[in-house]
Design a protein around this ligand. Structure first.
Ligand code: IPE
Ligand code: IPE
Ligand code: MG
Length: 246
């Protein structure tokens, strides 16, 4: 699939990706899982660059879930080290491409150095005017929803809001994803057909795209393929085809 087949006027504003299959990719090659994670960095670079070149406004990458804390300590530590190293080495590229970095998730759980590197990179890139790259780190959708519920409940208890004011818009505004539009397209690699606690609220009407490609093998062409498939779909939002036509 080529880039030329993409209809620029129907480009998703926000793409979210569940980057999966690093471990299996490494295992297939007789290597340790962490080698798969390290090799996945190239795919992150490709996809970020691909989205930025096309003019996609936001790209959210699921990099580490709340549940991933339950992996063996060795793997968790290796992933955190890789994260610090990657953020450090990629900040220059982000600047060059005008990409703004942001993160969603429970930052308080991240190791100190990791959090510092992340916050420094977010600060350094905050005035960039191109695409926003959002890393979901120590993130889970249920965590975010519980968090938002607590904030809203507290406001109600304090008398700042009434029950009537609790609506979709308020929930939207209270989630850590509030700055960004809901993703129109959600991609998962590695052949798994599940959401794994990613953006549950925000994907209520997203188009889902699954591919068996393992994350370290993911390249721009795969991204183009997903976007072209997305553009071939009719998004009805509960209406009928006939209604959409008029
Ligand atoms: C995705 O690859 C990366 C993270 C979850 C951090 P996996 O590590 O889940 O790889 P598989 O799914 O075991 O192959
Ligand atoms: C989802 O992948 C989390 C990330 C890609 C960061 P997992 O590999 O952790 O998901 P499950 O366990 O297969 O559902
Ligand atoms: Mg996995």
């Amino acid at each position: 699939m080529s880039k030329e087949s993409i209809n620029q006027s129907r480009l998703p504003k926000h793409i979210a990706i569940i980057m999966d299959g690093n471990g299996r990719w490494a295992k297939e090659k007789g290597k340790f899982r962490i080698f798969g994670h390290e090799s996945g960095v190239k795919a992150v670079r490709e996809v970020s660059e691909g989205c930025a070149e096309l003019g996609v406004e936001c790209l959210t990458l699921y990099a580490f879930s709340t549940e991933n804390w339950n992996r063996p300590k060795l793997e968790v530590n290796a992933l955190m080290t890789l994260l610090v190293r990657t953020i450090k080495s990629e900040t220059k590229t982000l600047m060059k491409n005008g990409i703004k970095l942001d993160a969603i998730g429970d930052r308080s759980n991240l190791p100190k150095d990791c959090r510092r590197e992340l916050e420094e990179a977010i600060e350094a890139t905050k005035d960039n005017s191109g695409m926003t790259l959002i890393l979901a780190l120590s993130y889970s959708a249920k965590w975010d929803i519980v968090n938002a519920t607590k904030i809203i409940a507290q406001k109600a208890v304090d008398g700042e809001i009434s029950l009537e004011e609790v609506n979709e818009e308020l929930i939207d505004k209270t989630l850590t994803t509030h700055k960004y539009p809901h993703p129109e397209l959600m991609i998962r690699t590695s052949g798994e057909l599940r959401i794994s606690n990613f953006l549950l609220w925000e994907i209520a009407y997203s188009e889902l795209y699954f591919t068996t490609v393992l994350w370290p093998d993911y390249r721009k062409e795969h991204l183009y393929e997903a976007i072209i498939d997305y553009q071939s779909r009719e998004r009805r939002f509960g209406k009928t085809s006939e209604q959409l036509a008029t």
